[in-house]
Design a protein around this ligand. Structure first.
Ligand code: B12
Length: 213
C-alpha cells in the first residue's frame, strides 16, 4: 500500500467528498494503475464502510455519503479501464436487478467488460428482468449479466432462468450473476451459467464464455 491509496481510503470512509477527485488524481500521478485504485482504495474503502454499517457505527446517510465520495474517484478512473469501448468481441446486457439500487460493483464490471472489447449494454439499476431479457433479445446478446447485493432481490435471477427456459433461449444466451448476495451455490441452484466473486473474474469468465461459442 502507499500513502496515496491509504489517503483515498480515508477520504471515502469519512465522506470527504470535495477531496476525493484530487486524491484520486494524486494516486494516478504517483504511478498507481487505475485498477489498483479501484480495488485497493475505492472498493476497499466500501468494505470498511460496510463493516461500520453492520456494526451500527454508520447509518444510511453516512453510507450514502461514502458512496457518493467514492463515485468522485470512480468516475475518473473507470473510463481509463474501458478503453476498448464499442468492440465486437461479444455482446453483454448488464444490469442490477429490480428492487436493488446498489450499482458500484456493476459499474466496475461494466468498465472491465468493456475494456476486453465487448459491447456492453448497461441497463442501469433497479431493472425489471423482462426489460433485461428484451434488450438481450433485441441485441442478440451472448451474455446476460445480473448483479444484486440484496437477499430479497435474488428471486429476480431465478425468474430470469425461468423466462429463458420458457422462451427456448436457455443455453443460447448465457447468464452470469454476481454481487454480494449471490454465491456459486446459488448460481448452481438456479441454473445460472456462471458466477464470479469480483469484477476482474467477471471479465475473464465472460471472455471464456465468448471464446467457447
Ligand atoms: C454502498 C451501500 C449502499 C448505498 C449504495 C450506493 C450505490 N450507488 O451503489 C446506499 C446507501 C444507497 C445503500 C442503500 C441500501 N442498502 Co446498502 N450497502 C452498501 C454497502 C455498504 C457497500 C456496497 C458496495 O458498493 N460495495 C463495493 C462494491 C465494489 O462491491 P460489490 O457491489 O459487491 O461488487 C463486486 C462483486 O460483488 C462483483 N459483482 C458485482 N456485480 C456483479 C455482477 C456480475 C454479473 C458479476 C459476475 C460480478 C459482480 O464485482 C464487484 C467488484 O469486484 C453494502 C455492504 C456490503 N458489505 O456490501 C450495503 C448492503 C448491500 N446494503 C444493504 C441494505 C439492506 C440496504 C438498504 C435496503 C438499506 C435501507 N434500509 O434502506 C438500501 C437498499 C435500497 C435498495 N432498494 O436497493 C445490505 C443488504 C443485505 C441483504 N443481504 O439483503 C448490505 C449488505 C449492508 C448490510 N450488512 O446490511 N446501500
Amino acid at each position: 500500500m502507499s500513502a496515496e491509496l491509504d489517503n483515498l481510503i480515508d477520504i471515502v470512509v469519512t465522506g470527504k467528498i470535495k477531496e476525493a477527485k484530487d486524491a484520486t488524481q494524486k494516486a494516478l500521478d504517483a504511478g498507481h494503475a487505475p485498477i489498483e485504485i479501484v480495488f485497493d482504495s475505492l472498493a476497499a474503502a466500501m468494505e470498511i464502510v460496510g463493516q461500520k454499517y453492520a456494526a451500527k457505527q454508520y447509518f444510511l446517510p453516512q453510507v450514502l455519503l461514502s458512496a457518493n465520495t467514492l463515485y468522485q474517484g470512480l468516475n475518473l478512473v473507470l473510463p481509463m479501464l474501458q478503453a476498448g469501448d464499442g468492440g465486437d468481441k461479444g455482446t453483454v446486457v448488464l444490469g442490477v436487478v429490480e428492487g436493488d439500487v446498489h450499482d458500484i460493483g456493476k459499474n466496475i464490471c461494466k468498465a472491465l467488460l468493456t475494456g476486453t472489447g465487448m459491447k456492453v449494454f448497461d441497463m442501469g439499476k433497479d431493472v425489471p428482468i423482462k426489460d433485461m431479457l428484451q434488450k438481450a433479445k433485441d441485441e442478440n446478446a451472448d451474455i446476460i449479466a445480473e448483479s444484486t447485493l440484496m437477499t430479497p432481490t435474488l428471486d429476480a435471477m431465478k425468474q430470469m432462468e425461468k423466462m429463458l427456459k420458457e422462451e427456448g433461449l436457455k443455453g443460447k444466451m448465457k447468464t452470469m450473476i454476481g454481487g454480494g448476495a449471490t454465491s456459486k451455490d446459488f448460481a448452481d441452484q438456479i441454473g445460472a451459467d456462471a458466477w464470479t466473486y469480483d469484477a476482474v473474474e467477471c471479465s475473464k469468465v465472460a471472455q471464456q464464455i465468448i471464446a467457447a461459442r
